[in-house]
Design a protein around this ligand. Structure first.
Ligand code: GLN
Length: 484
């Protein structure tokens, strides 16, 4: 099998045994990048020189029999909102064009310590705001399964490069679905971890109470191995928590016998593409065959999911993005005559339409006359949603649902109708509002051969159970690899 068709764990095993050299794996990835990028455009920038320089050190350690992690020597793609020292980090925005962070995000430090090798930075929606990777200031990414369609967003670049064989594993971030939805659209696997499970230090903020960095890969086992490396408390992020001894090996040893899986009935309601509903029913059957019980239960709070999420996310975003003023951070307008003009022109020039829309919405819901009516209400709804989930977990070990109501839309369809785009986040955003972990994995294709994704939602810090279920499911597949 060619190098670019393999899972990260398969590559790591061959790197350890000496059957493959780290430079060979890098060569294969960069060759595939050159072949695929003219169509896919999943990367904003590459860091080839750094990658080969680091690879030499990793190879020396592997030659000495020292593998610093289960993924030692494996190349990785990084979403371009995670700070990488000396390497451009743009958030896909003109506002940060040319920014080279003076420090690494904690997850990057952990990747280095585990000997994973960053290949480059992947495209995304500007400041992670969007569901299609079309709001990037540096051009759209195309879905490798059909370039007329979007790859999803906001981590669309990371998902697309996995599907196109341009990287074996990747990091994304998920504020309201940005790991899971592009995984679903591109036919790969990804985890949105429990809030606090992974350090956000060095992750450029969108909505701080919802943002989480997570692993994306060709299968659940790869994601579990990467999650083990990045998870855990970091003293630089006070919202991070000690992960109660997560072990990928232990997680994958679990099975589904006797597990109770709940399907929120509202997840199967109006607006769901029939092919997605059918794929989900078939997946439920397979979980039953693996020994689980699967049944529907009501989750009426779902009706409030989208407005609650967009009020909270925009409120936090307008505050987080106020730092880009042309002076402290980011693009600075050349022609400004005074301080106020510097602010106005820099922000007008630096931010794209979708980001501006959300800053305006956020300021509106936080303004004195509307705070109680919108922001405070949204916080109350968020609490109720969380309680509804906790109640479900009194009965069920995990929940199953679609990731998105449809498969990947065509390029250009969503931007003309932002409300429709927001509504398509209905199944993913509640997980972030409730701080829960959720794992997205492929479960078939629609009539146009576009991938369909499902998600398993877990209890806080219940990642192990999700990985066990997803891995058991993927082992029953003929072709489990999320690679074209
Ligand atoms: N599509 C959602 C939004 O636009 C989620 C984005 C994300 O998770 N970063 O806010």
């Amino acid at each position: 099998m060619s190098i670019t068709n393999q899972t990260a764990l398969q590559l790591a095993a061959q790197l350890r045994s000496g059957a493959l050299r780290v430079s060979e794996v890098l060569d294969a990835c960069y060759a595939q990048i050159e072949a695929a990028e003219p169509t896919v455009h999943g990367y904003i920038s590459l860091c080839r020189e750094d990658a080969y320089a680091f690879a030499a050190k990793v190879q020396a350690r592997l030659d000495a029999g020292e593998a610093r992690s289960a993924l030692a020597g494996v190349p990785i793609a990084i979403k371009d909102l995670i700070c990488t020292k000396g390497i451009p980090t743009t958030c896909a925005s003109k506002m940060l064009e040319g920014f080279r962070p003076p420090y690494n995000a904690t997850v990057i430090e952990r990747l280095h310590a585990a000997d994973l090798i960053p290949l480059g930075k992947t495209n995304m929606d500007e400041f992670a705001m969007g569901s299609t990777t079309e709001t990037s200031a540096f051009g759209v990414t195309r879905n490798p399964h059909n370039p007329a369609h979007v790859p999803g967003g906001s981590s669309g670049g990371s998902a697309a490069v996995l599907a196109a064989g341009e990287a074996p594993i990747a990091l994304g971030s998920d504020t309201g679905g940005s790991i899971r939805q592009p995984c679903a659209y591109c036919g790969v696997t990804g985890l949105k971890p429990t809030y606090g499970a992974v350090s956000r230090y060095g992750l450029i903020a969108y909505a701080s109470s919802l943002d989480q960095i997570g692993p994306m890969g060709r299968c659940a086992a790869d994601c579990a191995a990467l999650f083990e490396i990045i998870a855990g408390r970091d003293e630089k992020d006070s919202s991070s928590m000690d992960f109660p001894a997560f072990s990928a090996a232990a997680a994958l040893a679990g099975d589904l016998r006797g597990k109770r899986i709940g399907v929120p009935a509202e997840f199967l309601g109006e607006g769901l593409q029939p092919a997605v509903a059918k794929a989900l029913r078939e997946a439920a059957e397979r979980f039953r065959a693996l020994g689980a019980t699967v049944e529907e239960f009501p989750l009426p709070m779902l009706a409030y999911a989208v407005p609650t999420y967009y009020i909270i996310a925009c409120a936090e975003a307008c505050s987080n993005l106020s730092r880009y003023d042309g002076i402290k951070y980011g693009h600075s307008a050349a022609g400004a005559r005074d301080l106020l003009e510097t602010y106005i022109l820099s922000r007008s020039e630096g931010f794209g339409m979708e980001v501006k829309r959300r800053i305006m919405l956020g300021n509106f819901v936080l303004s004195s006359g509307y705070y109680d009516a919108y922001y405070k209400k949204a916080l109350q709804a968020k609490r109720m949603l969380q309680q509804a989930y906790f109640k479900a977990f009194e009965t069920y070990d995990m929940l199953l649902g679609p990731v998105a109501p449809t498969t990947a839309p065509k390029l250009g369809e969503s931007l003309s109708d932002p409300l429709r785009m927001y509504l398509s986040d209905i199944y993913t955003v509640t997980v972030n509002l409730a701080g829960l972990p959720a794992l997205a994995l492929p479960c078939g294709t629609d009539e146009n051969a576009l991938p369909i994704g499902m998600q398993l939602i877990g209890k806080p810090f219940g990642e192990s159970a999700l990985f066990a279920a997803a891995d058991a499911y993927q082992r029953t597949e003929d072709a489990p690899l999320g690679r074209l």
